[in-house]
Design a protein around this ligand. Structure first.
Ligand code: JQB
Length: 239
């Protein structure tokens, strides 16, 4: 998978991209992340990419020209057309189902804004897939783009150590339960012992115990996950 990232702050990504799992995927040629500075498409002496909002109001807005021209230029750098994603609080919510869909794309182009967001004509022209990572406000799209890359990359075949880890994950399409408690050595710490069942050697009993734990935890902490509507409210008559 190729991922192009357009941002005013490419350096934000460098520490993250050097990290082990991603570095391994990049070294193996499974993932190719290319960073591009939107400033390179700015016009004029001041290299301006933002301007004051028409109609007044606080803050600045990302200009349509530099952003659209940057996306078009980066698209043209590879013959495979990229699925264009714009990170924005106005987007559809990122969840594991969306992550799975994105991971099937051969190429993504992630557009990261700053300030108060983009001129609406960026969206009208590019018609990007607008995605939000959650109902809170960030200072820009970069951290959201790293969250998206992190979640998508671990589903790319050959990136995870164990092929079934991703299938097993909480929220994967085959699983909508939280993971159960897990333990490693030592068997006792400050008087806290691990559950005896885990050292019983009875793999069937262990699997049943874990499934029951997962279900109980999900019911206690996230009963919304047990609803069959998967978070989407069905229209209903309310009179
Ligand atoms: C500017 C962003 C997010 C990108 C995601 C998420 O968009 C704004 N609107 C009003 C005030 C401030 C901003 C800041 N801002 C570009 C930009 C926020 C993404 C963002 C996001 N994806 N929260 N915030 N879940």
């Amino acid at each position: 998978m190729r991922v192009d990232v357009l941002t005013l702050f490419p350096e934000i990504f460098s520490g993250y991209l050097g990290q082990s799992l991603l570095k391994k995927a990049i070294d193996l040629g499974r993932v190719d992340v290319q960073l591009h500075n939107l400033r390179d498409w700015a016009q004029g002496r001041h290299q301006q990419v933002d301007d004051r909002p028409y109609g007044g109001g606080p803050g600045m807005v990302m200009m349509v020209g530099p952003v659209v021209e940057a996306v078009e230029a980066v698209q043209a750098r590879d013959p495979t057309p990229a699925h264009v994603v714009l990170l924005t609080p106005q987007g559809r919510r990122l969840d594991q189902q969306v992550v799975e869909q994105l991971s099937a794309r051969p190429r993504l182009l992630l557009l990261c804004g700053r300030y108060e967001g983009f001129d609406q004509r960026v969206i009208d022209i590019l018609q990007p897939d607008e995605i939000s990572i959650g109902d809170f406000v960030l200072n820009g799209g970069e951290v959201a783009a790293m969250v998206l890359i992190d979640a998508v990359i671990r589903l790319v075949p050959g990136v995870l150590g164990h092929a079934d880890s991703a299938v097993d994950d909480s929220f994967s399409s085959g699983n909508r339960l939280l993971e159960c408690a897990q333990y490693t050595r030592p068997r006792e710490y400050r008087g806290l012992k691990i559950p005896d069942i885990l050292v019983s050697g009875d793999h069937g009993a262990i699997a049943r115990w874990r499934a029951a734990q997962s279900y109980a935890r999900t019911r206690q902490r996230r009963s919304d996950l047990l609803d069959n509507n998967q978070g989407h409210t069905h229209d209903q008559q309310v009179d």
